[in-house]
Write a protein that binds this ligand. Structure first.
Ligand code: ADP
Length: 430
């Protein structure tokens, strides 16, 4: 392009020189140079005009021209071709993406930063009764008028999924932010799964209740038999009595679990005085332990929003385990810490500990690290499942750290929003 420009300038200078010489010969050099320059300007404007027209039409063929204009057309044409190719490629990618998301069984909606619909697939159309021509560009919360959903969208905190009922179906929804403040909403119908879950919960609850009555009768008869039993029957009857007691505690735990699964936390949570509850628990556990362990307490004054009864169950379960799985004279400590992230209540023991690979499974129902020891100690294998369930209901998490042979720490961490009030006095109650 540079050499072409040089050639054009040389040609212009040469033409002007020729005109100047002719002008000198005929006695009008200035007039001829002016005519030459005017002709050049007219030619330039003519080409600029042609170029503008060509650019607006984005013509396929390059018009025939000369000199530097030929080069300009050629370069622009190359850029234009490259853009067309990139556009075609992009369009193919977009249509492939739309085809694949159209085929997804999950409802998929693309939202912009104002939560307005940009695109949705057929599954979304069916699930939320969306209409392509009218609903594109509409705010999603204007179309799905469910309070829980509107709050979820307004909060813009999409770390957790949302489950809600819509049009007689249970829906689980995930929103993933991407790109420049765009959101990808995915939703699927979990009605069937919910039904199965409810059936399972009902079955467990009903079976436990049904088993409780005959078991109470059996236990009653055994107690009566024990009173008048002759010597050789005393030991077998004692064993039967122990086993019926074990079955009773298992049924009680199963009933407690299904109650936790089916009943929601009361809307208005109570204000729990945590140190008072911890002191009460330590008092009860000291009586239960009959002085075998050294039970310590270290608590910070704080009030927590939640269910006192359920928090009591959590701490009793953790303290019972700490006592059960530690040798006598070991130390068991119940403590709490408060900071800007919330409050953690910890139960620490110096017992047998738990191998690291078993820790993730501890909250599964009936999972025991050492089944023999658990049974000997009267464990049901359901304690930690209950603890986990209650903590989930309180938006809290269970953290377990343990060193085999050294001891374990079970920490229940409640988020700051569950803390109602922290007493200004920094002293701890020991
Ligand atoms: P269990 O009634 O058997 O104690 P849990 O659900 O309370 O049932 O606990 C599950 C298992 O976790 C127990 O069987 C035991 O093996 C292990 N475990 C719980 N707490 C402790 C602890 N403090 N130290 C060591 N092992 C523990």
């Amino acid at each position: 392009m540079k050499s072409q420009l040089r050639q054009d300038i040389s040609l212009l200078i040469f033409s002007l020189l020729v005109l100047l010489i002719i002008g000198v010969i005929i006695g009008k050099p200035f007039l001829l140079v002016c005519i030459g320059l005017t002709a050049y300007i007219v030619w330039t404007f003519y080409n600029l005009n042609r170029l503008t027209k060509w650019l607006t039409k984005q013509g396929k063929h390059v018009p025939e021209t000369y000199g530097i204009w030929d080069d300009i057309y050629y370069q622009l044409y190359q850029i234009y071709q490259r853009q067309r190719k990139a556009k075609r490629k992009l369009a193919a990618i977009v249509s492939r993406f739309q085809e694949s998301t159209q085929a997804l069984p999950y409802a998929t909606i693309v939202l912009n930063r104002q939560m307005e619909i940009e695109w949705f697939n057929n599954a979304a159309e069916n699930m939320f009764d969306l209409i392509r021509v009218t609903d594109i560009g509409q705010r999603l919360d204007n179309l799905i008028r469910i309070p829980g959903f509107i709050n979820y969208l307004t909060r813009r905190d999409f770390k957790e999924d949302l489950e809600f009922d819509y049009g007689g179906r249970n829906i689980r929804l995930t929103i993933t932010p991407y790109g420049n403040h765009q959101y990808l909403l995915g939703a699927h119908d979990i009605t069937q799964r919910r039904k199965l879950e409810v059936m399972r919960q009902d079955f467990t609850a009903n079976a436990s209740h049904e088993l409780r009555t005959p078991l109470t009768v059996v236990a009653g008869y055994i107690e009566a038999l024990q009173e008048n039993a002759d010597e050789k029957l005393k030991i077998p009857l004692q064993r039967i009595h122990e086993q019926t007691e074990r079955m009773e505690s298992m049924l009680n735990d199963l009933i407690a679990l299904s109650r936790l699964e089916t009943q929601a936390l009361p809307e208005k949570e109570e204000l729990i005085d945590v140190p008072a509850l911890m002191q009460q628990i330590v008092k009860d556990m000291t009586a239960f332990d009959r002085g075998q362990h050294n039970i310590e307490i270290n608590c910070q004054p704080v009030k927590l929003l939640g269910s006192r009864e359920e928090l009591h169950i959590v701490l009793v379960n953790l303290m019972t385990n700490a006592i059960r799985y530690s040798p006598s004279s070991g130390q068991v400590t119940l403590s709490n810490t408060v900071d800007e992230r919330g409050m953690c209540i910890a139960v620490e023991d110096q017992g047998m500990g738990i191998p690291a690979d078993q820790i993730p499974r501890l909250t599964e129902r009936f999972y025991r690290v050492d089944p023999g020891r658990s049974r000997d100690q009267g464990g049901t294998g359901l304690g930690l499942a209950i603890v986990k369930h209650i903590l989930d209901r309180h938006r809290a998490r269970l953290e377990i750290t343990s060193v085999p042979g050294k001891g374990s720490v079970f920490r229940c961490c409640f988020p700051a929003r569950q803390i109602a009030e922290v007493d200004a006095s920094p002293e701890s109650i020991n």
